[in-house]
Design a protein around this ligand. Structure first.
Ligand code: ATP
Length: 502
């Protein structure tokens, strides 16, 4: 209202002064300075002076969502643990009867995109609570005291919202809590300390009889960074791991996100789930979305298998780039990728899903492997085989070009990391060792020995497949893709000596 009156009065006064021939320049400069100060203050404090000190619309109240626990694929254990914790909000009488101290904070830990925010939203619906959310980075300001003030606002907002909606509990979700909840080692800025202290104070102020009852849910993927004061009993003392989904969970997530999309009958979600080992829920959602976009671009009636294949490639490797390699470079890349593919297929038949020669992200070509099962434990043999797959590219270049190229840098990094793993896990000739008790050169020598031996085995293996290289190379150079099935047929015709990889 005040604003509207000012909008009317100010131009009229200026016009009147101009009419009287008064120089309005100084007035305008003065007004500009006032407006500048006003905006600075309102940004700093989140209040608007022009509105008579009235608080601005909340930044943290999120639009009401209908997310239920059933809309979250997988994460069964995490959902169960969270629901158990939430029952403390619902079964108030029993809690009071047993004199149980209320749970104040639940910490969700896990990699990005695994559904932590979804869990918090589902928690609010499950308990019929008011829900406000903020991210740790929103508390970071250059002005001292603002972070602490925002924490106070957050608690005030959730209470106001609960009262407005007639709910008797409220959930505050703080994403990236590590930004404000990092260890206080005296080196950090005072601002961070004040924000964290305020959060601790507000948490300590939560009492069982309070209405509305407040529960904090925080998320981080750096639990080790958090200040012990946050994690002690009575604060965030429920820790729930929200991990990357396993195959079954990936299928469920795909099913949830494809529910509203027209899928061709040939699409097997189980197969896509198998091919997407290591993907987070957010990445799977992106695969489904990208597949739908590919289908729409082609005006296809339904989303087909190949749309999903392109979408998986895009999410895994990045967008296709326009980098146009020379013919000679393309041939080299093709030889390199075929080297990887032949070793992979020889070691684990059925594992190559596609060899591609289109540049994507940083890669000029790539082999899409089809993990036959999720794996969390590796034997020495499995690691050695995986190292051979990595070395296959460089070895193929050596065989056909007499030397390596920079294209193998990444492969070597992976191979060395796995050879290191063999040493660290006590599976090398050094036996069980602690890396800090032996000389670096010893480790280096052993890692080298492992790599050299596997390079040799890979060379002996690949030399047997000259005909596969020739046959596949032609198709790859012409069509830029070679499907796993065609590749396998070429490989079957070659039949090398079986003792090669032993
Ligand atoms: P961050 O740590 O980066 O904030 P997050 O763990 O909070 O990530 P969400 O924001 O909950 O992840 O998930 C992002 C999106 O990914 C969701 O909106 C949803 O579409 C999808 N998603 C993630 N996990 C799942 C899941 N388990 N089931 C269904 N969809 C999921």
């Amino acid at each position: 209202m005040v604003k509207e009156i000012l909008y009317g009065i100010v131009p009229s006064v200026i016009l009147f002064l101009l009419f009287l021939n008064v120089n309005v320049g100084p007035f305008l400069v003065f007004a500009a300075v006032l407006v500048g100060i006003y905006f600075l203050l309102s940004r700093q404090s989140g209040t608007g002076l022009g509105t008579g000190g009235r608080r601005k619309r909340s930044q943290h109240v999120v639009p009401k969502s209908n997310v239920q626990f059933a809309d979250i694929g997988g994460q069964e254990r995490a959902k169960r643990e969270l629901m158990e914790a939430l029952d403390f909000l619902i079964r108030k009488d029993q809690i009071a009867h047993y004199g149980i101290r209320p749970i104040k904070g639940v910490l969700l830990t896990g990699p990005p995109g695994t559904g932590k925010t979804l869990m918090a939203k589902a928690a609010a619906n499950y308990t019929n609570s008011a829900f406000v959310a903020a991210s740790g980075s929103q508390f970071v300001e250059m002005y001292v005291g603002v972070g602490a003030q925002r924490v106070r606002e957050l608690f005030r907002e959730v209470k106001q919202l609960a009262e407005k909606n007639g709910q008797d509990s409220g959930i505050i979700f703080i994403d990236e809590i590590d930004v404000i909840g990092g260890k206080r080692d005296g080196q950090q800025q005072r601002e961070y300390d004040q924000t964290l202290n305020q959060l601790l104070t507000e948490m300590d102020g939560i009492v069982a009889e309070e209405k509305p009852r407040i529960l904090l849910i925080a998320a981080t993927n750096r639990k080790d960074m958090l200040d012990p004061a946050l994690l002690r009993p009575g604060r965030f003392d429920r820790h729930i791991v929200v991990d990357l989904p396993d195959k079954q969970a990936r299928e469920q997530i795909l099913r949830i996100h494809t529910a509203n999309k027209p899928l061709a009958d040939e699409v097997e979600l189980e197969k896509i789930a198998q091919e997407t080992f290591g993907f987070s829920g957010a990445q799977l959602e992106s695969v489904v979305n990208e597949a739908a976009i590919y289908a729409m671009r082609e005006q296809a009636q339904r989303i087909e298998k190949r749309h999903f294949a392109m979408a998986v490639d895009k999410v895994m490797m990045g967008e296709q780039t326009d980098r146009e390699a020379s013919d000679e470079e393309k041939r080299r890349v093709a030889i390199h990728e075929l080297g990887h593919a032949i070793v992979s297929e020889f070691i684990r038949p059925g594992s190559v899903s596609q060899v591609t020669l289109t540049p994507r992200g940083q890669a000029l070509g790539y082999v899409r492997q089809n993990p036959l099962e999720d794996r969390y434990l590796y034997t020495k043999e499995a690691l050695e085989e995986q190292i051979m797959v990595c070395l296959g590219g460089a070895v193929a270049e050596e065989i056909y070009y007499g030397g390596r190229s920079t294209g193998s840098k990444n492969d070597f990094e992976q191979a060395l990391a796995m050879a290191h793993e063999i040493v660290q896990s006590g599976m090398s000739r050094l036996g069980i060792v602690h890396l800090s008790y032996i000389a670096k050169s010893q480790v280096h020598e052993e890692v080298n020995r492992i790599i050299e031996e596997l390079l040799d085995r890979t060379r002996r293996l690949l030399r047997q497949f000259d005909s596969v290289f020739t046959g596949s190379l032609q198709i790859l150079l012409e069509q830029e893709v070679l499907s796993g099935d065609v590749f396998r047929r070429l490989l079957e015709q070659a039949e090398p000596a079986a003792e090669l990889i032993g």
